[in-house]
Design a protein around this ligand. Structure first.
Ligand code: PEP
Ligand code: MN
Length: 399
């Protein structure tokens, strides 16, 4: 039977430039201003073409997510706002795996539920920005858009998008995946680590799309998400996401209308498959009530949507010290309200999405103590929870 299927299944045809052009013709926000398109294309075409994740592993994650709803399990998705690639990537990946598996066990032990561990890992290299430029010492510079595009160093040269960074970022992803594979080999009977990142930089992601029998396989990550700034219904990011066989998620914010959320659900999960679609709510602690009409509207159209909470991105403030921060108490408030509201809607609160690091940083504020020490504020962009703060937040997941 299996052999028959293998024989009758048509060989997937390669993804062509014409296929990619169909997406490139659509409006896409948050793409970078590459000074030399020819140099960018040359780099993209020269990238090693091997899949970073296999179709089989993506299908396995989708089955795991499908079981979440029926089995009452949880997702724990965490990692850096943006990963550093100018570091010892193997050692950093080892630390992130240890951190994720530690808190996966911790949440499992506290709740007695199955927990799926997902890293913002092995490809979280591109960032959307609210402003294209920022002022540094009286000079306007292009914003840092993640190490796959430019450098955070505040000089015009460092901030100019450079295609060679794509080569470097891809090599970092290969190193991270090799490290994860080593971990899986050494722990054969334990649960796998899954990867996720924001599917933002289309030029890069389109290079890793493959035709498949049940939609396109995105071979850069198990579980891509579409961010708040690129979730337009007529935009390229949603058009790509709608063709994928991978499970996908989308950030939902205070400005997302109930109708828009329902339309996104219908576009991204047209066959109402369990495990296919997750909404990551990042409302801000004062706006969580706006989720109620969104939940009702979405579930009038689609049954199978998982709901998880990102209680961080809606609670970012500027500290008096000038650092961007988030108060742990605000994060906890949003997380608790999220669980109550999703539960009241008769749905399963399916887990959380956090920016957190194994490093001993102090980037998020606690008990009104704001970050002030640059030596303990090391993030490339958004403030992350340190391990103690991560434990404190997870302690507010209702059992
Ligand atoms: C992020 O997850 O780092 C991010 C930019 O989130 P959002 O799209 O929700 O603002
Ligand atoms: Mn972030």
């Amino acid at each position: 039977m299996t052999d028959m299927t293998a024989q009758t299944m048509p060989e997937p045809t390669p993804f062509t430039e014409t296929d990619r052009d169909r997406f490139r013709e659509l409006p896409a926000h948050q793409q970078s201003d590459w000074p030399d398109r020819g140099a960018l294309d040359a780099v993209l075409h020269a990238l090693p073409q091997q899949d970073l994740v296999s179709r089989a592993s993506v299908d396995e994650l989708k089955r795991e997510l499908a079981n979440l709803e029926s089995g009452g399990g949880l997702v724990l998705q965490l990692g850096d706002c943006v990963e550093d690639i100018d570091t010892d990537v193997r050692s950093a990946t080892c630390d992130k795996i240890t951190f994720l598996t530690h808190f996966r066990s911790h949440l499992r032990a506290r709740t007695g539920r199955h927990v799926i561990g997902v890293g913002r890992l092995a490809g979280q290299y591109a960032k959307p920005r609210s402003q294209d430029h920022e002022m540094v010492d009286g000079t306007s510079l292009p914003s840092f858009r993640g190490p796959i595009v430019n450098s955070p160093r505040p000089t015009l040269q460092a901030r100019t998008p450079s295609p060679s960074r794509i080569v470097h970022a891809h090599a970092a992803a290969q190193t991270s995946y090799a490290t994860i594979a080593d971990y899986h080999r050494s722990t054969a009977n334990l649960d796998p680590i899954w990867t996720s990142h924001e599917m933002l930089l289309l030029d890069y992601e389109l290079q890793f799309l493959r035709h498949g029998p049940y939609g396109n396989h995105l071979a850069t990550t198990h579980w891509p998400w579409v961010g708040l700034r690129t979730r337009q219904l007529d935009g390229a990011h949603i058009a790509v996401a709608a063709t994928l066989s991978n499970p996908v998620s989308v950030k939902i914010g205070p400005d997302t209308s109930p109708e828009e959320a329902a339309e996104l659900a219908a576009r991204l999960n047209p066959h109402d498959e369990p495990g296919k679609l997750t909404f990551i709510a990042r409302m801000g602690r004062q706006n969580v009530a706006r989720l109620s009409p969104i939940l009702r509207s979405v579930h009038r159209r689609v049954e199978h949507v998982c709901w998880i909470s990102d209680p961080m991105h809606g609670n970012t403030v500027q500290a008096a010290t000038g650092f961007k921060t988030r108060h742990v108490e605000d994060i906890i408030s949003e997380l608790e309200q999220f669980q109550t509201i999703v539960g009241e809607a008769g749905r399963h609160p399916a887990g959380l999405h956090l920016e957190a690091t194994p490093e001993d940083v102090y980037e998020c504020a606690e008990n009104a103590r704001e970050p002030g020490d640059p030596a303990r504020y090391r993030t490339l962009l958004d403030p992350r929870l340190n391990p103690e703060q991560t434990a404190r937040v997870l302690g507010h997941w209702f059992v």
